[in-house]
Design a protein around this ligand. Structure first.
Ligand SMILES: *[C@@H]1O[C@H](CO)[C@@H](O)[C@H](O)[C@H]1NC(C)=O
Ligand SMILES: *[C@@H]1O[C@H](CO)[C@@H](O)[C@H](O)[C@H]1NC(C)=O
Ligand SMILES: *[C@@H]1O[C@H](CO)[C@@H](O)[C@H](O)[C@H]1NC(C)=O
Ligand SMILES: *[C@@H]1O[C@H](CO)[C@@H](O)[C@H](O)[C@H]1NC(C)=O
Ligand SMILES: *[C@@H]1O[C@H](CO)[C@@H](O)[C@H](O)[C@H]1NC(C)=O
Ligand SMILES: *[C@@H]1O[C@H](CO)[C@@H](O)[C@H](O)[C@H]1NC(C)=O
Ligand SMILES: *[C@@H]1O[C@H](CO)[C@@H](O)[C@H](O)[C@H]1NC(C)=O
Length: 374
């Protein structure tokens, strides 16, 4: 039986570039095809203009049968994504670019450093209303957080994925994409920073995380809450636009490679020598996923302190619990507390800070997000 998505795609010619007439066969290891203007819809001058950057992920993946929702191969290009839901052309004109076509578990900084300047360039154009990034869900929160720190426009940037492959019964990707385009073209989305949308919800990229490896309802910010919800595919917001406390914009123009920052997990009997080996391996910063509010074993603290004192490499203490806040530990003040940020978000912020040449005190200040100033 043909997957529903592709039946729809084959029957419509709204998108001028080749719509899917057969299952595209793209090996999952084929990367980095980035080509400009893979999709250009016919222009309706009375509509907004949204640019889609496709990176791969489950939203672009295919399984052998419509009941398989886990084993999948990334393969659909931006043309097929758009062709599957011509309804998005009711909301906006679309331009689509393929930036990569990989599962997000393997997406890396090469893609991020390509994507971010393209988004800034696109949003700087008067006739571009907003941007959508299609992305695998696994590391979607990392790319979204990164973009929230490097995009320099108030226009909407919406990062969208799916939990079910395009071939699944009740695939969630097509409706998620419609909602993402609707959001990116909505005047009410301006000034809200980078947003994540899946499963009818709109989240702030700064605080939203993936909480469940399989469920559709997986992206949440349990403490900071959701920004809004879709009703009939239109975004309804709970609040006026707000900026996360402490969020800054980093200029990454001229950056070819981001500094290596590694994450070490603290746990019973952790190997304290990991602090030494990670720095010997070239890490220019370390994040510890600490127990509780940034806790590390006693031997771990001693080794981390010796490594910090010998090398000056900044060590950020975060939490391995999904939520929480790490405050300063006055007895071990060499640990930079991550505040609300989880380890992988802390890694990205530290990466941008080290890249910008921040010293220890500036990094402490940067991570003091939301902490009362004395
Ligand atoms: C262009 O968009 C407007 C506003 O949605 C709509 O009323 C009109 O029918 C569209 N024109 C065409 C040719 O699709
Ligand atoms: C969308 O782009 C077209 C073509 O450049 C332009 O005529 C139109 O005004 C744009 N729409 C908006 C809302 O900027
Ligand atoms: C939206 O687009 C679809 C497919 O292009 C079209 O059939 C439908 O009439 C449109 N709906 C509205 C409300 O404009
Ligand atoms: C990222 O992945 C691409 C494609 O797999 C590869 O060519 C590139 O070297 C990788 N970048 C880094 C920094 O590892
Ligand atoms: C945003 O970044 C782009 C690309 O780096 C740059 O050309 C543009 O001038 C920047 N705009 C602002 C408002 O900083
Ligand atoms: C926006 O305007 C530029 C320059 O006029 C044009 O090249 C581009 O195609 C337009 N984009 C859209 C989406 O219409
Ligand atoms: C780790 O590095 C520190 C600083 O160079 C050193 O004092 C300590 O002996 C090292 N520990 C181990 C287990 O290698």
């Amino acid at each position: 039986m043909l997957p529903a998505v592709l039946v729809v795609a084959a029957g419509l010619a709204a998108v001028s570039t080749a719509a899917a007439s057969a299952l595209p066969v793209v090996p999952p290891s084929l990367h980095s095809l980035y080509a400009r203007q893979d999709v250009q819809s016919p222009i309706n001058a009375s509509l907004p203009n949204v640019t889609i950057f496709a990176t791969g992920g489950t939203i672009a993946s295919l399984s052998d049968t419509n009941t398989e929702t886990v084993v999948e191969t990334v393969g659909l290009g931006v043309q097929e994504l758009v062709a599957a839901v011509p309804e998005i052309l009711n909301y906006s004109n679309i331009q689509g670019y393929q930036v990569s076509n990989v599962p997000s578990s393997t997406l890396n900084q090469t893609v991020l450093l390509k994507l971010a300047p393209l988004i800034n360039e696109e949003l700087a154009k008067d006739n571009v209303t907003g941007v959508v990034v299609t992305h695998g869900s696994d590391t979607l929160e990392e790319t979204s957080f990164f973009l929230s720190l490097v995009v320099n426009s108030t226009k909407p940037v919406v990062v969208v994925g799916a939990m079910r492959p395009s071939t699944a019964l009740s695939a969630d990707g097509p409706l998620n994409l419609v909602q993402a385009v609707s959001l990116a073209s909505s005047p009410s989305a301006v000034g809200r920073g980078v947003m994540i949308t899946l499963n009818d919800r709109i989240g702030n990229a700064f605080y939203t995380s993936k909480y469940n490896a399989n469920a559709l309802d997986t992206f949440h910010s349990t403490e900071a809450g959701q920004l809004g919800f879709f009703i009939n595919q239109l975004p309804y917001f709970y609040y006026e636009p707000a900026t996360p406390i402490g969020r800054r914009t980093f200029d990454i123009s001229g950056t070819d490679v981001l500094p290596q920052i590694d994450i070490i997990v603290s746990h019973q009997d952790m190997d304290a020598k990991l602090f030494n080996s990670t720095v010997q391996n070239g890490a220019r910063g370390v994040v510890v996923a600490g127990t509780g509010a940034g806790g590390v074993t006693r031997p771990g603290i001693a080794v981390a302190k010796a490594v910090y004192e010998a090398t000056g490499v900044p060590i950020v203490a975060s939490h391995r619990t999904p939520d929480g806040f790490v405050p300063l530990d006055p007895d071990n003040a060499f640990f930079i507390p991550s505040g609300f940020l989880n380890p992988w978000k802390a890694r990205i912020l530290l990466q941008l800070a080290v890249n910008a040449g921040y010293g220890h005190d500036q990094i402490v200040d940067l991570f003091g997000l939301g902490q009362p100033k004395s």
